[in-house]
Design a protein around this ligand. Structure first.
Ligand SMILES: [Zn+2]
Length: 166
């Protein structure tokens, strides 16, 4: 089983590895320390003290608050609330539902027909970073991407208790 250095994992996170190497990493079994090493790298890069329980997206993490709550937090520090609720409902959203708005990002006739599909862009209220984009039929419910079972993940997959407040 290949074991990767912290430097390699940092480069993986930053998109600096050649695809051929990434492909091998994706296709092989993960070394058992990988998750913790990645978590340490994430933790060392955020400016706030709360412990990261799980990365949730490119800029989002589920973190453990002092009172034991688990909340979704952006790397800028903005908190979206309880991880079991859809963080998108507390994000800024820009909906491209007209030909004019779609033409801002797609060449003419290359984008979706707004009668059939709209593009929803979600932004962090704290730092304005674009966090997620979904394209769905108009009226479709806001997609809840991921609600992990954190306790089961730690206990059954990592074989250790989930971090709690000391
Ligand atoms: Zn932010």
């Amino acid at each position: 089983m290949p074991k990767y250095t912290r430097e390699t994992l940092k480069n993986l996170l930053d998109g600096k590895l050649p695809f051929s190497e990434v492909k091998v990493m994706m296709s092989s079994f993960k070394d058992p320390e990988r998750f913790e090493m990645m978590l340490e790298i994430h933790q060392s890069r955020v400016p706030w003290p709360e412990k990261i329980l799980l990365p949730l997206g490119l800029h989002l993490y589920i973190v453990l608050k002092e009172n034991g709550d688990r909340v979704v937090k952006c790397d800028c520090g903005y908190e979206f609330g309880d991880y079991r609720k859809n963080w998108k409902l507390n994000a800024l959203v820009y909906v491209r539902d007209t030909e004019e708005k779609i033409a801002e990002i797609y060449p003419k006739l290359m984008g979706p027909d707004p009668r059939w599909m709209e593009i929803r862009e979600y932004y962090c209220p704290g730092c304005s970073t674009q966090l997620e984009v979904e394209s769905v039929p108009p009226g479709y419910p806001v997609i809840f991407d991921f609600k992990p079972d954190i306790d089961a993940f730690y206990e059954k997959w990592l074989g250790k208790p989930v971090p709690t407040v000391e």
